[in-house]
Ligand binder design. Structure first.
Ligand SMILES: NC(=O)C1=CN([C@@H]2O[C@H](COP(=O)(O)OP(=O)(O)OC[C@H]3O[C@@H](n4cnc5c(N)ncnc54)[C@H](OP(=O)(O)O)[C@@H]3O)[C@@H](O)[C@H]2O)C=CC1
Ligand SMILES: O=C(O)C1=N[C@H](C(=O)O)C[C@H](O)C1
Length: 269
């Protein structure tokens, strides 16, 4: 028990944080370490087991990153872009493996993460599930096989509490499609359609966003041609798929050289 790696959870009170607590505890592969919550959160200074509807965890949550993450071999972080950047700096200083599931980073925040990853193992993916990472490979292959007579559209749907759009997964799938086509996504991405937009530009990769209810995460990549459409889809029905992927990433990262990795590295895809 004691020689199991210690994994801390940043954003422990969130939807993914609570799922991670269950998945890590039940895994038998790691020991749940610190639980970091947002400054001033009412879990700070308390064992959150009962608040989660179960028995005590034997761990007191903290809103102090230095304290909550002390002694962790790896930290799994599903929080917000600003917070993940802060924890990446701490990972670079302390040397823990940093698994980042957070989405919605700006280009300058991504550059900041890249900088910190020179000094620690950072594994980041807009989607930690096996299915979506396999889907990205398929999207790349199909995009490479079909020419621009096929319009590519990425359609995503999520719950009504999601704060970023398009989703990290949609952007990942858009990147895969652009890679298949051999073009930078930034040059062909069409993310804003409203009003008199004019006709679709040939070769663009479009994004459409749905928000509602408790949808866990659904993604379609449509290749729309003349007389036929090909649609590749992934539907998540349980957040445990992301948490299991993140735990697998944390364990994979232990002992690796510093650098930025993603789930294709972890899954060997
Ligand atoms: N890569 C993947 O596979 C997946 C990625 N995600 C991404 O993960 C992120 C979180 O998603 P989700 O769990 O649904 O969101 P939630 O809002 O439910 O959880 C985020 C948690 O982080 C907390 N938090 C924010 N800032 C800090 C901080 N500085 N220190 C400690 N805790 C902090 C929030 O606290 P409070 O609410 O009190 O502010 C909240 O409890 C999103 O970016 C989402 O897109 C989600 C699922 C899968
Ligand atoms: O916020 C979410 O919930 C999810 N976020 C990720 C994303 O932005 O793609 C992954 C998953 O779809 C759930």
């Amino acid at each position: 028990m004691t020689d199991l790696p210690v994994i801390a959870v940043a954003g422990a009170a969130g939807r993914m944080g609570q799922m991670l607590i269950h998945v890590i505890r039940d895994s038998g592969q790691a020991r749940l370490g610190g639980l970091l919550v947002r400054p001033g959160h009412d879990w700070a200074g308390r064992d959150p087991g009962e608040a989660m509807g179960g028995s005590a965890l034997g761990i007191v949550a903290s809103d102090d990153p230095a304290r909550a993450l002390a002694g962790a071999d790896a930290v799994i972080d599903f929080t917000s872009p600003d917070s993940s950047l802060e924890f990446a700096a701490l990972a670079a200083e302390r040397g823990f493996v940093h698994v980042i599931g957070t989405t919605g980073f700006s280009e300058s925040q991504l550059a900041g993460l890249q900088d910190h990853a020179q000094r620690a193992v950072m594994i980041r993916a807009g989607n930690m599930s096996l299915g979506v990472n396999l889907l990205a490979g398929l999207v790349q292959r199909v995009a490479a096989a079909l020419d621009e007579d096929f319009d590519i559209e990425v359609i995503e749907a999520h719950h009504n509490r999601k704060v970023d759009a398009p989703s990290g997964t949609a952007l990942m799938l858009g990147e895969a499609a652009a890679k298949g086509r051999g073009v930078p996504l930034a040059e062909v991405s069409d993310r804003a359609r409203d009003g008199h937009t004019g006709a679709r530009r040939r070769g663009d990769i479009g994004f459409a966003v749905v928000r509602g209810g408790d949808i866990v995460g659904e993604h379609d990549v449509m290749f729309a041609g003349k007389g036929e459409r090909l649609v590749l889809s992934h539907v998540a029905t349980d957040r445990a798929i992301f948490a299991r992927g993140a735990l697998r990433a944390a364990l994979w990262g232990l002992g690796r050289p510093p650098g930025e990795y993603d789930m294709t590295d972890v899954l060997g895809l």
